[in-house]
Design a protein around this ligand. Structure first.
Ligand SMILES: [Mg+2]
Length: 425
């Protein structure tokens, strides 16, 4: 039906003018809705039936939920000489009746209504996801002027994750409105502006202690040095604001002086990865992301993590070792709160990724600058002050849920794993 004259000859660039919209805004169209038990051939059967009337397809949407399908087709009116709209309606109804499917055919004009400005992806994570919290979240979206254009499930494991495509609400305002409702309901909600940015995210940088791993590495060392109580005291003083990070780092590392270097191997073996950490990194790598860690802890552990997880970048403080013993000092520049943000920028430069297309994940006050600097800052089981400052918060103990914020589905993760299973001997 389309005039093919807009197609440029091979070897030439096509002109940038938009091709005339099909159909015209005031042209009559029909919405054909089919609902019923899913089985092979329904979609083919409907379009075969419609084909007899020479109609063009303007839009198709289909969903199947627990064996029930809903198929919506927006089509033009019957072509001249093929029959009337009444004939088309009768034919479609009798085809659907013969299969026990429900049908509705609604007359209208033109294409779908254009979606409103201000588009975002709202990801909701619940364990379980209750009807009550779903009601609260969707009411906030409506209250913010948003329209839910599409809903689909991203995952049923380890959490129920659902994504709402929302238009008509300003993402930043929507995010703050939803943060309040989410906290009150005990679900996680992330609002990510829609658009090419989301697809172009290409670098993920994570904190280590209590993010990629479940432990605080300094505490593991302290246990071997028998100075857990002293280290905990310094940590508490730092949290009270009596010491800054650098002072507290030096004070805690000093307590490790004289420890045999063989403890490094023991600590490496004791480190427990956060559930989902391997899945997250493996999947990100498959998607072409670069992945790094930054830590106020020690390279003695992060270098090992880099190796084990196949990370692209790792940076931390280095415990000084002389004559087979820890000296109680660190060498090199200190990785602190500002240092983490600096490293994010440096990794982004090395990866050739603009800062706006980076994702940072962390749990502590030390991560705040990095979370703010990144395109998307994710607070992972973080303290309230970090949660409030971040773009998105995850409060379930599974690191791979970060993938759902990026729009990756559990099905895609499993499909990629299965493909690798075939390829890998
Ligand atoms: Mg941490």
């Amino acid at each position: 039906m389309n005039d093919a004259s807009h197609l440029a000859p091979a070897g030439h660039l096509a002109p940038e003018e938009p091709v005339a919209a099909v159909p015209a805004a005031d042209a009559p169209t029909l919405l054909v809705k089919i609902f019923g038990k899913d089985r092979p051939g329904i979609t083919a059967g409907l379009f075969d039936t419609l084909a007899a009337y020479g109609v063009d397809v303007v839009d198709i949407e289909q969903v199947v939920t627990r064996g029930r399908m809903m198929l919506c087709a927006l089509v033009t009116l019957p072509a001249p000489g093929t029959g009337t709209e009444g004939d088309l309606r009768a034919t479609v109804h009798s085809w659907a009746d013969s299969l026990g499917m429900d049908t509705e055919i609604i007359s209208g004009v033109g294409d779908n209504r254009p979606r409103g400005e201000g588009r975002s992806h709202v990801t909701v994570l619940g364990r379980p996801l209750t009807a009550q919290s779903t009601a609260a979240i969707t009411a906030v979206i409506t209250g913010a002027g948003g329209n839910i254009d599409r809903i689909f499930r991203l995952a049923k494991y380890p959490v129920t994750a659902v994504e709402f495509a929302v238009s008509g609400a300003e993402p930043v305002a929507l995010r703050s409105a939803l943060a309040v409702a989410a906290a009150a309901r005990g679900v996680d909600v992330a609002v990510v502006p829609a658009g090419l940015q989301r697809r172009a995210q290409r670098l993920v940088v994570m904190d280590v202690d209590s993010t990629v791993i479940q432990d605080e590495v300094i505490e593991l060392f302290a246990a071997h040095a028998g100075c857990e109580a002293e280290v905990a005291e310094v940590t508490a003083a730092a949290m009270r604001g009596e010491l800054d990070f650098e002072q507290s780092l030096h004070a805690r590392v000093a307590l490790l002086a004289g420890l045999d270097v063989s403890v490094v191997d023991k600590v490496r073996a004791e480190v427990r990865l956060t559930p989902g950490a391997r899945t997250l990194v493996r999947t990100l790598k498959r998607l072409g992301y670069q992945v790094g860690v930054v830590s106020g802890g020690f390279t003695q552990v992060t270098d090992d993590l880099k190796e084990r997880l196949g990370l692209d970048f790792a940076a931390a403080n280095t415990l000084e070792v002389v004559d087979g013993r820890l000296t109680g000092r660190v060498t090199g520049p200190i990785v602190d709160r500002a240092g983490k943000a600096r490293l994010l920028r440096s990794f982004a430069r090395q990866a050739g990724v603009p800062l706006s297309q980076t994702v940072a994940v962390g749990d502590g006050a030390n991560d705040l600058d990095m979370l703010n600097a990144a395109g998307l800052g994710v607070a992972f089981n973080a303290k309230p002050v970090v949660r409030q400052a971040a773009d998105a918060a995850v409060n379930v103990p599974f690191l791979d849920t970060v993938l759902f914020l990026l729009g990756v589905t559990r099905e895609e993760i499993e499909a990629a794993d299965a493909m690798d299973g075939v390829r890998t001997p």
